[in-house]
Design a binder for this molecule. Structure first.
Ligand SMILES: [Zn+2]
Length: 126
């Protein structure tokens, strides 16, 4: 697969596009998000997070708290790196939403996401 896949997920049961992201963090594991349909309550998907960005996290106000989260990097360096990730995530989000709004329906958009992910070999079985 050479081209990017971009699409808005839908509930497999009711085709709804509103979801609840139920977050689970278990010590020793990556965080997991269990996606629940907001309309019918169906279990839609589970995502395992390898990187997390909160685009609304107030980095400046949290600098003092971050001093307790790091040992070998200065809090300023941590904040600066988080700011870079926030900025990139916001840019990617804006770009994705713009592209989704312009997306032309295609058969690929109805293909089950698990088939697409398997085709690029990035599935995990945790
Ligand atoms: Zn649903």
């Amino acid at each position: 697969m050479d081209s990017e896949i971009i699409r808005r997920e839908r509930c497999p049961k009711c085709k709804g596009e509103a979801f609840k992201n139920n977050f689970l963090l278990t010590p020793g594991h990556h965080a997991r998000v269990f996606v629940e349909c907001a309309a019918c309550g169906a279990f839609v998907a589970r995502y395992i997070l390898h990187a997390y960005v909160d685009p609304n996290f107030d980095l400046t106000a949290s600098l003092n708290r971050l001093r307790h989260m790091t040992n070998d990097e200065s809090p300023r360096a941590v904040v600066d790196e988080m700011a870079i990730h926030q900025r990139r995530a916001r840019e990617q989000f804006t770009d994705m939403v713009t592209r989704l709004d312009k997306a032309v329906p295609s058969p690929e958009m109805d293909r089950p996401l698990i088939e697409i992910i398997r085709s690029v070999g990035t599935l995990e079985d945790e």
